[in-house]
Design a protein around this ligand. Sequence first.
Ligand SMILES: [Zn+2]
Length: 264
Amino acid sequence: MAEQPLLLADLSWPEVQEILPQVKIVLIPVGSLEQHGPNIAEQSDHRLAFEVSKRVSARLYPRVLVTPPLPFGVSHHHMRFPGTITLEPETFIAVLRDVVKSLARHGLKKFLFVNGHGGNEATLGVAVVKIQEEVSAEFLGSCSYWRLAEDLVRERLGDRLYGHACEFETSVAMALAPDIVKVGALARGEFREAAVELREKARRFGITIAPYFDELTANGVFGDGTRASAEFGQEIAERVVGRLCEFIESVISRPGTKLSDTVG
Ligand SMILES: [Zn+2]
């Protein structure tokens, strides 16, 4: 078994042509380019989605092809911090549709978006439904990588609030992409209690709201980056990659699986 991931961008077209019959699914990493407090770089979400995808691809070589990550996502709620770039949800969906359409033209049939940004989730749900209608794929799905280890993180953090540039995300960055961690600048979130309380209540009641991030936390961190460690990140990454491989194996072995078969 090869240790290297199969990365589309690194192949020549004759190499693509040769490997194509062995490729069973394509991972399309998506994320954002947005503020992550002082703790980690703006590329964090798409980079971590890419790093997770690469590890899955290496483990299942050569059956899993990985495209370059889409560096921009839906990040309106982070725009009040410098550097963030946002797509409109419609643009995001259109780009993903064109990527899947292109890959389908080359004969690929199964696709999974590997997402690194919470703000993309609602749009990705719509994207899967829309693209499935337009492209005749045997499988099209979307996952947010952190959800595959949510039980582990919750177990460790108890009911502490986390979720952005926090002990969870900074730890994963330390393990998978240490070059994006601002080691000397790690900070805990400067929470604005009233807004956080309302958001948590909305979450408990299943009510959707979209607060701007600076209303929740003055420095853009939601959680505590000072508690991050590479060991914790490694443990999370192991759980995510293991479960993702397990899911992908079942998608690969089942012809014609559609999201609509598994979600009611
Ligand atoms: Zn992030």
